[in-house]
Ligand binder design. Structure first.
Ligand SMILES: C[S@@+](CC[C@H](N)C(=O)[O-])C[C@H]1O[C@@H](n2cnc3c(N)ncnc32)[C@H](O)[C@@H]1O
Length: 279
């Protein structure tokens, strides 16, 4: 039985990884915390990370004036993107105070701050979001942190209007496995990885219809490879710095997990999927 995952633990992991993300943000020139989707027209880390948001928003069919709930909004790039590119009004929720601080700063600087707001909220609770108040629930690599996707989807359904829809991209197991590398990755990054078939079933059990599952793994291989390359360099340096107390055990574990994710994708244990469904 997988143990429950305390939101405070996830928040602490992200606080510890902030410095690592900051290095990535400089290469991207924006603060997204997700894998980049590479294709012919998107070959740079920043363009590829934006491309992942583009794919998800287009699949969700977000239209001007629609209300979007961005679950696990991180530093707010997705929220600002949907407001700026699709003319949406966006509420971003996250459990990380540091991410929310960055997200609010992001919105202030974006020029679309009047249509973007943020709240500290767990996507299993959504206590800041009224019933029937959203057209789209949009999540980029957030649900992989969920120990209870049924509860998360029930909440998504509650806040959606009758013709609302959900759109998510995330890492899923291709099938059940007892691969030890999965446990290690989950513990290091505060993840709870489920199978894509299990997620499809959970969507059906929570009442969602018209489920579309699109395997996008090929597009993110370059991104997982680049994170592994960084982790391979950072891990030995980090071990030395760790002796001086400059790098934490959690950061070292996260570097190793970044390498493992690439291996697991290449070994066909993990896949990257774009999932949409109607309420
Ligand atoms: C991989 S990051 C992705 C952030 C953002 N979607 C992006 O693409 O830049 C996952 C985010 O989900 C948040 N998160 C994890 N569990 C959560 C929960 N139960 N409720 C709300 N946010 C959560 C984390 O704090 C983190 O900011």
């Amino acid at each position: 039985m997988t143990r429950d995952l305390d939101p405070e633990e996830v928040e602490a992991i992200y606080d510890d990884l902030a410095a690592t993300y900051e290095l990535e943000w400089r290469r991207r020139d924006h603060r997204s915390m997700h894998l980049g989707y590479y294709d012919e027209d998107h070959q740079e880390p920043g363009a590829a990370a934006t491309n992942t948001m583009r794919l998800l928003s287009e699949a969700a069919g977000i239209e001007s004036g629609e209300r979007v709930l961005n679950i696990g909004c991180g530093a707010g790039e997705g929220a600002v993107w949907n407001a700026r590119t699709h003319g949406a009004t966006v509420l971003g929720v996250d459990i990380g105070d540091h991410q929310l601080e960055l997200a609010r700063e992001n919105a202030r600087e974006s020029g679309v701050g009047d249509r973007v707001s943020f709240a500290r909220d767990d996507f299993h609770e959504l206590s800041s979001v009224p019933d029937d108040s959203m057209d789209v629930v949009w999540g980029l690599e957030a649900l992989s942190h969920s120990p209870d996707r049924t509860r998360a989807l029930e909440q998504a359904r509650r806040v959606l209007v009758a013709d609302g829809r959900v759109a998510f991209t995330d890492i899923f197991l291709r099938s059940e496995t007892d691969d030890e590398r999965i446990r290690e990755t989950e513990e290091a990054l505060g993840l709870r990885l489920g199978t894509i078939d299990g997620f499809e079933q959970t969507l059906a059990e929570t009442g969602f219809e018209g489920v579309v599952i699109d395997d996008k793994t090929d597009g993110i291989r370059e991104s997982t490879a680049s994170r592994r390359q960084f982790a391979r360099l950072a891990h030995p340096v980090g071990r030395v710095l760790g002796l001086a107390g400059l790098v934490t055990e959690r950061q070292l574990a996260a570097f190793r997990a970044s390498s493992l994710i690439h291996e697991l994708v290449e070994d066909d244990v993990l896949g990257y999927y774009l999932v949409t469904a109607d309420r």
